[in-house]
Design a binder for this molecule. Sequence first.
Ligand code: SF4
Length: 348
Amino acid sequence: MTLAWEVTRACPLRCVHCRADAQHHRDTRELSTEEGATLVDEAAAMGTRVFVLTGGDPLARPDIFDLVAHVASTGMYVGFSPSVTGRLRSGALERAVAAGTGTIHLSLDGATPATHDAFRGVEGHFERTWRAIDAVCALGARLQIATTVSRRNITELPAIARLLDGRVASWTLFFLVTTGRAQAADMLTADQEELALHWLASGEFSFTVRTVEAPQYRRVRAQLNLPVAPGVTDGNGFCFVSHVGEVQPSGFLPLTVGNVRDRPLRHWYQDHPVFRALRDPAQRGGKCGRCEFLEICGGSRARAWAATGDPLAADPTCAYEPRGDRSDPVITGRGMQASTHRSHQSPP
Ligand code: SF4
């Protein structure tokens, strides 16, 4: 399992699509250092493989490097997602790596300063982000770039890929969901999403590629007869804990099922009916429920929830029309094989 803990919502940036609707000041109700350490231990005991410390800006917490070190001490792989702000100076990256970070996640939302800066709400942020990218590369640390894909930047994806070529370990494309500050007008149409996924699937990249909230990427790869790696989706191999301890299937599906202050993480993740339903393909509704690609795709549960209020409904931005034959051995047989394709190995 991968667990993402939103250690804080405090962040000085004002990104237009911010999932967390980040605030300038820390919430007094945030999980304490001790509560965070308990969460880390619970996650490790559940066999969690990857633990991501995200925000807001995790560097807003003075105990962040102790938390990183605690996660690393359990043997879990540490992902660390700082915002590119003035806090990244003063050796923060070096300290994060020294404390045990495996991958540093940075966001790049455009191939040009105009596009990226408009996303981030700060002039000059594109240049600062590239200075941070260069700093991570100079450290020799593993770097993952995250890009939120929306109507604002879809035409720049090839140019972003060219900028990243040879410099990063992985590129994760978050297909915009209308959570937090994100606007429906910025979300891709089904046809735009299809176009982007076909471009990705037919690309040759020097880094690994992952999509978030676009599991149709696996369907597209299967249709193109390309290897398809098993993926994690909201509540199914992935869990999110908010800054105040709320347990949710993902940050883009903020459907709170309980709080780690009340019951251990294992209880919510393994036993709660919402999580169980998300892991049960038989409970998918609409066209996802009758789709031949249900097992390898299943649709974005976050987008279904944002659009309809039902996390089990059909994904509204899928262009595929199911044939209604879920027993088709050609499709299902070639779907779940171990991936050796360099652009779709699951990064840690
Ligand atoms: S209909 Fe649903 S399950 Fe089928 S490919 Fe589209 S999103 Fe995936």
